[in-house]
Design a protein around this ligand. Structure first.
Ligand code: NAP
Length: 527
């Protein structure tokens, strides 16, 4: 029997974004919230992706919350189980488990303008009614299966890297791996070590790769992190500022920093030539686009794989799959037992950002609105026409630090707005249309000096561009600026913060919980 629940805030997703939102809601005294999670654990991408070799590839000291430092990280770039455990530990330490509702897959959310509340419907028929919704569903969670003729007819084992089957035995199997992105370069060397009979790596666009600067964090350093107050925070700050400044300048002020790109290209090429001796292979693995047009990565294991006799790099296009093989455009069929798709996700796809329809004040679906107006959100968190709905990691929210910093600033914007509304006795928060439009134009203008519009990116095939040719993954600002902006709170002036009943002219009796049709209406939220 479908049930109906009422809470002040519904958070959708329990990855790093949702957990960050939960922690900061509690800190600010917003205790009446639930976190809806489709799976059965927290951790988002670190729960779903379990393939061997998966590690974070930015220094973990910045890829962790400022409010929950972990002095026990094993490595600079630790592996997935540690990251997942970290997410679980934060959930425990901040007592978020009671707020979690697992197995809650959202089918749609709809704003009720009369009552000023959101109705969040689940696929199981349950409904949550809340004043506010925070969407923290991430953007790398809808797998992209390659659109290859015959995929349905393939009779062997088919896997996408995001739903890895750890029980599958690769011994003596003929394996095809499609994709050489950040996932492929981590997983391909691990598969090669699994005593496979043959591994075919299908590469469409080569990736820029630097040596992986990973190391075990010495015990003395970990002990110092534990014992010396502020040391870890200082290291985090220094790393974050360095990454922020370098990446911001490189990605947004590209012409000023072009020599840095050339240096990165030279270092990457040296790395490639050190490990691969065959000139034909070197040529195939060499990218012909500017370093940074698509996501570069780090690996010490990827290039040496191609020196093995049981690994073949295939750069001819894939024409089709047969029942037992994969055929390239030159007509060659390679018999295979397993097909692994390291083909990534649909970031900023129409059905993936977010994964459910969002109906705003006019009944317009957010994804249709974006289809017509391109991706936009004021400060990356709020959209005019969608009051009381906020996003963590929304369009143009990613400045140039690690993603966790993006989460923290987004959540700070949101919680600040909620606090102001509560202080004013208001319950309606909407970004002003003109503020959103001005900011959007400014963002587009500033991005024009960035690498994605100034670099030689034509052959990069980069997912940084969405279907409109825009680059909504990036904010043309350094993270420090966003951090300050989210603290100063001047952005609040760009919002209409008011009482919904005053807007709709609702009668007192109605707002007390009786609707014209006699059905229940939520009456109060909050402490
Ligand atoms: P990705 O970067 O999108 O790479 C997908 C790969 O599959 C590309 O090489 C792509 O070729 C290829 N591909 C896609 N469709 C294809 C088709 N139909 N035929 C042939 N090749 C096809 O995906 P990913 O490697 O899963 O990485 C996604 C993101 O996850 C990363 O960018 C990163 O943000 C994140 N990630 C992070 C880490 C970490 O350590 N923190 C690790 C893994 C992933 P084209 O380039 O030609 O499209």
């Amino acid at each position: 029997m479908p049930e109906r629940f009422e809470h002040e805030v519904v958070v959708i997703g329990a990855g790093l974004g949702g957990i960050g939102a939960g922690v900061k809601l509690k800190d600010a005294g917003f205790n009446d919230f639930v976190m809806l999670e489709k799976a059965n654990d927290v951790g988002g991408t670190w729960r779903d992706n379990t393939y061997p070799g998966l590690t974070v590839d930015v220094p973990v000291i910045t890829y962790s919350y400022s409010f929950k430092q972990n002095p026990n990280w094993s490595n600079l770039l630790p592996s997935q189980p540690e990251l997942l455990e970290y997410c679980q530990n934060v959930t425990t330490d901040y007592e978020l488990w009671p707020h979690l509702r697992f197995g809650s897959s959202v089918s749609e959310i709809r704003f009720d303008s009369q009552d000023g509340v959101w109705h969040t419907s689940l696929h199981n028929g349950d409904t949550y009614v809340s004043r506010y919704v925070i969407g923290a569903t991430g953007y790398l969670n809808v797998p992209n299966y390659p659109d290859i003729t015959g995929l349905d007819e393939f009779a062997g084992k088919l896997m996408h890297t995001s739903s890895w089957d750890n029980d599958y035995d690769f011994t003596r199997k003929r394996v095809a791996f499609i994709g050489t992105g950040a996932t492929g370069i981590q997983l391909i060397p691990e598969i090669a070590e699994m005593a496979v009979e043959q591994l075919y790596v299908f590469q469409r666009t080569p990736i820029w790769l630097l040596p992986k600067p990973d190391f075990t964090i010495p015990l003395a350093v970990r002990t110092s992190f534990r014992r010396i107050p502020g040391l870890m925070r200082l290291c985090r700050l220094a790393t974050a500022i360095f990454m922020d400044q370098v990446f911001y300048r490189y990605f947004i002020k590209y012409r000023q920093m072009e020599p840095l790109g050339r240096l990165a290209e030279r270092m990457s090429l040296t790395h490639l030539r050190t490990h691969v001796k065959d000139p034909e292979l070197v040529e195939k693995l060499t990218p012909h686009y500017t370093w940074g047009c698509k996501r570069p990565s780090f690996s010490n294991k990827f290039y040496p794989v191609f020196n093995r006799a049981d690994v073949e790099l295939v750069t001819d296009g894939i024409e089709r799959l047969t029942k037992n093989g994969i055929v390239t455009v030159d007509g060659i069929e390679r018999p295979i037992d397993v097909l692994v798709c390291g083909t990534g996700f649909h970031p900023y796809g129409k059905e993936s950002t977010p994964t459910f329809p969002v109906y705003g004040t006019s009944g317009a679906e957010l994804r249709d609105y974006w289809d017509q107006n391109h991706y936009q959100a004021f400060r990356g968190v709020a959209i005019h026409g969608y009051p009381n709905y906020f996003m963590v990691g929304g369009p143009y929210s990613i400045a140039h630090g690690a993603y966790v910093g993006v989460v923290e600033t987004a959540v700070r914007y949101i919680v600040k707005l909620l606090r102001v509304a509560r202080k004013q006795g208001a319950d309606y928060i909407e970004a002003h249309a003109d503020a959103q439009a001005v900011e959007y134009q400014d963002i587009r203008e500033k991005l024009k000096t960035g690498i994605l519009f100034q670099g030689d990116c034509a052959t990069s095939n980069s997912y940084y561009y969405d279907r409109f040719g825009d680059t909504p993954g990036f904010r043309p600002s350094n993270h420090l600026r966003v951090w300050i902006d989210s603290r100063l709170g001047r952005f609040v002036k760009s919002f209409d913060i008011s009482e919904n009943s005053a807007r709709t002219g609702l009668q007192e009796t109605e707002s007390a919980g009786i609707t014209p049709d006699g059905s229940d209406r939520p009456t109060s939220f909050g402490p």
